[in-house]
Design a protein around this ligand. Structure first.
Ligand code: IPD
Ligand code: CA
Ligand code: CA
Length: 266
């Protein structure tokens, strides 16, 4: 039995949908773009607006939970007890460009472990959610990772775009996975990517560096859909610092992790 009520879950899911409306109605986005530190890293007024909107309601929904969001100046340490980890817009570069692949991501953790997660893609009207021990769903229908082997599968990768030092390694592994699969994809929203693995549209996702708000919600959706998600060497995911993320069905995940270990991460 989950420790959060059906009513609370519904409120969080409805909130993600409402936040999605802000993305759909955004205007003159490019005029509001500011640069952040790192390569090709931007924030728009809408990232900030959506985060403020989410924080205001999440505070009311679960007043005891600590709020952590990508667009804060400083991030609270991950506490014992309840914490929301929020990415107001996952896929900001896509959003700026009108590429229409971005999502709202809300993860709820308890004692540092995911308890509930929601990823909403407003462009497709797809809401993914999972509660620990209760399975994963897309628009209310149960989802599961694909049974297909990597050789019959699609690999999605993220380029760790803000960390230039990882570019060559990312593309080296993309090539390695390309040669072992049908093809590779790169979408620009890691939250959507992991959900696409969770619902069996692709067999594997990897990105060599992500932040906790990128995967706080989608990691639970993936594991509740029967998938495996770890760091590149198979290490347990943590939610209080950045790390690489490998998500897949068990067979595809193992192929990546075995190769990484065999090569010592090179
Ligand atoms: C980014 C997206 C992208 C991934 C980056 C993330 P943001 O999140 O998930 O797909 O490659 O590493 O940082 O910055 O758009 O919220
Ligand atoms: Ca993100
Ligand atoms: Ca973001």
């Amino acid at each position: 039995m989950s420790r959060i009520t059906e009513d609370t879950k519904k409120k969080i899911m409805d909130l993600a949908k409402d936040a999605g409306g802000i993305l759909l109605h955004a205007q003159e986005i490019e005029k509001t773009v500011e640069e952040k530190s790192g390569r090709a890293n931007f924030v728009t007024a809408y990232d900030k607006k959506v985060q403020a909107f989410l924080f205001e309601s999440l505070k009311e929904i679960l007043p005891q939970a600590v709020l952590i969001g990508e667009e804060e100046e400083t991030h609270a340490a991950l506490p014992k007890g309840l914490a929301f980890i929020v990415d107001p817009i996952d896929g900001t570069t896509n959003f700026m460009k009108g590429y229409c692949v971005s999502a709202i991501s809300i993860g709820l953790l308890e004692d540092g472990e995911p308890l509930f997660g929601v990823v909403y893609n407003p462009y497709l009207g797809e809401l993914f959610h999972a509660a620990r021990g209760e399975g994963a769903f897309c628009n209310g229908k149960p989802i599961h990772v694909s049974p297909h082997r990597l050789g019959d599968g699609i690999v999605i990768f993220g380029t760790a775009p803000y960390n230039e030092e990882l570019s060559k390694l990312s593309f080296r592994y993309a090539y390695e996975m390309f040669t072992r699969s049908l093809d590779v994809r790169r979408s620009g929203s890691s939250a959507i990517d992991v959900c696409n693995v969770a619902c069996g549209r692709a067999e594997l996702f990897f990105e060599l560096l992500l932040s906790p708000w990128d995967y706080a919600a989608s990691s639970l959706i993936l594991t509740e859909a029967g998938g495996v998600i770890t760091g590149p060497a198979g290490e347990k995911l943590i939610y209080d610092s950045k790390m690489g993320v490998i998500a897949g069905n068990a067979q595809a995940h193992k192929i990546f992790v075995d190769l990484w270990q065999e090569r010592g991460g090179a």
